[in-house]
Design a protein around this ligand. Structure first.
Ligand code: BEZ
Length: 236
């Protein structure tokens, strides 16, 4: 039987982020070790010099200060080479005006991955969609280097950047306040109090006179958490 060296693993939520060394537009990196204590968003795009990816990179560049304020390092990847990356990012900066974005400079590292080593390690090559390009994968990795959320988009659909930021803020809120977050949660909305460990505690909470707590049933209680409180802890 023929054997192959290709590792096409699929890291999952809760796994330690696989380590790798890579060449990027910002120099060599050792991931995730170089970003100790930070959140990381590792994302892939299918190819340089393509329109959907260009619109996404301009948006990433525009939002980079917002991710930075959330103590988050962006790291991009495609299976193109370094000189293609450099030429594409220069074209974006010098020539492309799109919506309200012009002169957008990408200052976060973009990994060259011609061998597809990193893309395969992270399950970014999904052969049913494309065998020679990465899909639009987004890995949210916490300061302890644990993968906390993963989103995949196909080649033809650009990412929703409001959602990427919402997921990051949501994960940081979960960690800082020991709560869960309901459907469509945004800062300022009510949060879910974790399910109590025993019936006694659940009953006590159901009967709580705390006006900040609202119970819909014994397993479903929410409490208020102001936007200001959330924002004061983000990025920590
Ligand atoms: C794009 O970014 O426009 C794109 C890339 C690969 C396939 C389809 C679209």
């Amino acid at each position: 039987m023929e054997t192959t060296n290709i590792v096409n693993s699929m890291p999952r939520i809760g796994d330690k982020a696989p380590s790798f060394k890579a060449v990027t537009t910002q120099g060599n990196i050792n991931f995730p070790e170089d970003y100790k204590g930070k959140w990381k968003i590792l994302f892939s795009h299918p190819a340089d010099f393509t329109p959907v990816c260009t619109s996404e990179f301009m948006t990433f560049a525009k939002m980079a200060p917002e991710f930075e304020a959330l103590n988050t390092q962006l790291v991009g990847l495609s299976v193109d080479g370094l000189y293609s990356h450099i030429a594409w990012l220069r074209t974006i900066k010098d020539k492309i005006e799109y919506k309200d974005m012009k002169g957008m400079e990408v200052k976060f590292p973009l990994i060259e991955d011609i061998t597809m080593e990193v893309a395969n390690k992270y399950g970014m090559i999904q052969p049913g969609e494309a065998t020679t390009k990465a899909v639009r994968a987004v890995f949210f990795i916490d300061p302890q280097d644990i993968i906390r959320a993963i989103i995949y988009y196909p080649l033809a659909l650009g990412r929703n950047f409001d959602e990427l930021k919402r997921v990051l803020i949501g994960l940081q809120t979960v960690d800082n306040f020991n709560v869960a977050l309901p459907a469509d949660w945004r800062p300022g909305d009510e949060v879910i109090v974790p399910t109590a460990g025993s019936c006694g505690v659940a009953k006590e909470r159901m009967e709580s006179k705390d006006e900040n707590i609202k119970c819909y049933d014994w397993f479903f209680c929410t409490k208020k958490l102001s936007k200001e409180e959330v924002e004061s802890r983000l990025g920590k």
